[in-house]
Design a binder for this molecule. Sequence first.
Ligand code: SAM
Length: 222
Amino acid sequence: NQGTVWNEVDQYIAERLIEQDAVLAKVLSTNQEAGLPAIDVSAAQGKFLNLLVQLHGSKRILEIGTLGGYSTIWLARALPPYGKIVTLELDPHHAQIAAANLAHAQVQDKVEIRVGEALEQLALMRDEGVEAFDFIFIDADKPNNPHYLKWALHFSHPGTVIVGDNVVRGGEVLDENNSDPRVIGVRQFYDLLAEEKRITATAIQTVGSKGYDGFMIGIVTN
Ligand code: SAM
């Protein structure tokens, strides 16, 4: 079965290339015990995000969709000591678990969790004059992806990297008649990216312990 092989290869990769990490293992078990869905990025993907932040030298990160803070920790660990992440989460229970996980990982000083509808928080952040981010990770409710892309552009500067998760959805992205709002949102996300002159982007299909999906990665040009 394909899924079993993908999972085993992810384990093979993790055993060889990803440091054994008691903190992240504890975060995943805390999330499970707290009833959070296991929809965080995989270890291989978390490390990929971490490497992207290091490669880019990002100092300010915006994450849309915190869950239990698993990806947040991978991102935070790539930051220099004075780096900062703002992460947005709708569900207060998720945010509470994330706060405890971030403290356990000793990255809480770098992370601000803002609880509420991401679209409302983003508008508040604009009103507060929050400065631009160097790296933006979009991983919340997919129907809002087109709106998140517009906000990502608002909070970007030339050179900002924007990454969107789950942009393949087991291949469902091909189906123009699919009525799943997440698929519709992701298809609109591609359409916006295609017509948006301020960003140049690609998407990479991925398989692994989280199934068949993909990342969009783009860089803001002006
Ligand atoms: N980035 C996380 C990780 O890899 O560890 C996973 C995030 S999970 C896929 C998506 C999260 O977005 C969930 O915790 C969900 O509660 C949150 N979410 C859903 N709709 C939202 C909204 N409208 N505003 C803010 N967060 C939202």
